[in-house]
Design a protein around this ligand. Structure first.
Ligand code: HEM
Ligand code: HEM
Ligand SMILES: [Fe+2]
Length: 457
């Protein structure tokens, strides 16, 4: 570790991984409920599991981004973090708020939770991904502001690189677009319209900058390729992201009450969105091929390449499937959407956090050359289990989506929702099977942390 303040990243990484375990576990419980509807009834209803599953995902990604930033910013800025103490206070505040919120979801009926948390003062609850009670939302704003001030001050006082600029721009965007979670118009069309300003402009614009910056950082470190070379790629990727992703928001404004021109704007702009994700593949593989050093931490480069490939598949390919208006008319809100939601969030964002942890964690644990051969082999096994599990789960959901579309939306002789769901039961079993593989992969991954180094044994 070059700078002692980088150590604050460690608790962020660990907590992100704990949340990931919870997230996947809740996913599996839901996978079971999909097949046996009364599983855990009336203890934990599906809507609660779903809220916990998706909220844990968002929060774990935020912890992961923060850990990644606190690790890479001192090295990029070539100075200690502006305030490691603030970073640790932020950590504990965020942990407390996160845990309290999840416990609230699990043990207090949601309607009661709205009353207990002053939702009537400023109604913000009840929207997918943004279900958090008002105090939690305000807590998130505080945490994010303190994080950005900390990172911003470090960058202002230190060396400025393309990576720090892109990262900071992404973080500012993350903060600004979260503010739309406080704006909930009564009109349902307007409500949905602005909801996407947070959700879409996070995952398909601002977070992509964060993703690109972290990927570039790890690639510089493990390939030894010149920064100038990496910077050019990063510029190209973020330029393509901005060109396509911002107006691409329009792919959520089809047939929902927004003006008709969105059919064209949304389809055309978002059709370009896979491009930056494809560039990330070229980027990662070109840098790996032209590497100037043989870093002993091989698994970090494997994760980096994996992120680029899986991000492209999940966001680029599975996103493109349903992004053109005439297609979306049939696919909207089916299991095909869930298939895309899973592979994109996993492939782009969960995996970039695995990538950063694979690179940084060994260093934080006093192993500058990465973990020992045996630990890396085990981690590689986990890498394949996680990826095969997620791809299998995605393929199963895609098949389920297709059945749904042909059962309910194409041609005549259509059947009802419940009847269609009944016919998909077998596929949901397969989804559950792959989900269990994902969980096994995660535990294998965890166990790789406990492999003793030869000199420690
Ligand atoms: C890191 C891995 C995972 C990620 C990133 C993830 C992400 C997501 C996302 C983004 C959603 C919302 C989807 C949408 O609204 O379209 C969701 C819902 C869901 N996930 Fe996951 N998930 C993961 C693992 C799992 C696993 C292993 C299972 C179970 C086998 C699972 C089962 C579900 C179910 C049943 C839903 C609700 C779908 C519905 O409302 O019908 N997830 N997940
Ligand atoms: C890593 C980046 C991405 C993530 C994490 C992501 C995630 C998601 C999620 C979770 C949903 C479901 C939201 C809901 O209604 O509950 C969704 C919907 C959608 N995404 Fe993405 N996405 C990404 C990139 C893309 C890209 C690049 C495209 C297009 C090429 C795309 C096209 C769409 C479309 C058209 C929908 C609406 C589906 C529907 O009508 O039901 N996404 N995305
Ligand atoms: Fe989108």
């Amino acid at each position: 570790m070059k700078y002692t303040s980088q150590a604050v990243a460690k608790p962020y990484f660990i907590f992100a991984l704990i949340l990931l375990a919870g997230e996947i576990l809740f996913g599996i419980l839901m996978g079971v409920q999909y097949i046996w509807g009364d599983f855990l009834f009336p203890l934990v209803p599906f809507n609660v599991l779903r809220m916990v599953h998706t909220n844990l995902l968002i929060v774990l990604l935020l912890f992961g981004f923060m850990g990644a930033t606190y690790y890479l910013i001192p090295e990029e800025a070539e100075r200690e973090l502006w305030s490691p103490k603030l970073a640790m206070i932020t950590f504990w505040v965020f942990v407390a708020a996160g845990v309290a919120t999840i416990l609230g979801y699990l043990f207090v009926p949601y309607a009661t939770l709205t009353e207990l948390t002053f939702n009537e003062l400023l109604p913000t609850m009840g929207r997918e991904f943004l279900e958090q009670p008002l105090p939690t939302k305000l807590g998130i704003v505080l945490v994010v502001v303190s994080y950005i001030v900390n990172v911003g001050m470090t960058v202002i006082k230190g060396r400025k690189t393309v990576i720090t600029t892109v990262l900071l721009t992404g973080l500012l965007g993350l903060a600004v677009f979260f503010l739309f979670s406080f704006y909930v118009p009564d009109n349902l069309i307007a409500d949905k319209f602005f909801w996407w300003f947070t959700v879409h402009l996070w995952v398909e614009a601002t977070w992509e900058l964060i993703l690109g910056a972290i990927l570039a950082f790890v690639l510089i470190k493990v390939t030894g390729v010149d920064r100038e070379h990496i910077d050019k790629w990063l510029y190209l990727i973020i330029a393509m992201t901005m060109v396509s992703g911002i107006l691409g928001t329009g792919h959520h404004f089809f047939y929902m009450g927004a003006p008709e021109y969105w059919l064209w704007i949304g389809s055309i702009s978002s059709a370009v969105e896979p491009l930056p994700f494809f560039l990330m593949i070229l980027f990662a593989f070109t840098m790996a091929r032209e590497r100037k050093i043989e870093h002993k931490n091989k698994i970090a480069l494997t994760w980096a390449k994996g992120t680029a490939v899986m991000g492209f598949l999940g966001a680029g390919v599975w996103g493109f499937f349903h992004t053109l208006a005439p297609v979306n008319m049939y696919t909207h809100g089916t299991q095909l959407t869930a298939a895309h939601g899973h592979l994109s969030f996993y492939g782009a964002y969960v995996m970039i956090i695995f990538t950063m942890i694979a690179y940084a964690m060994p260093i934080l644990r006093g192993r500058p050359y990465g973990n020992c051969e045996k630990a890396q082999q085990l981690e590689l096994k986990a890498f394949w289990m996680l990826n095969i599990g997620m791809v299998g789960l995605t393929l199963a959901l895609s098949a389920a989506g297709l059945v749904q579309i042909f059962d309910q939306r194409v041609g005549t002789d259509l059947i009802g929702f419940m009847e269609s769901q009944e016919s998909i039961n077998g596929i949901y079993m397969i989804r559950l099977g792959f989900g269990l593989l994902v969980l096994t992969g995660l535990f294998t991954y965890f166990s790789s942390f406990f492999v003793k180094e030869p000199q420690e044994a």
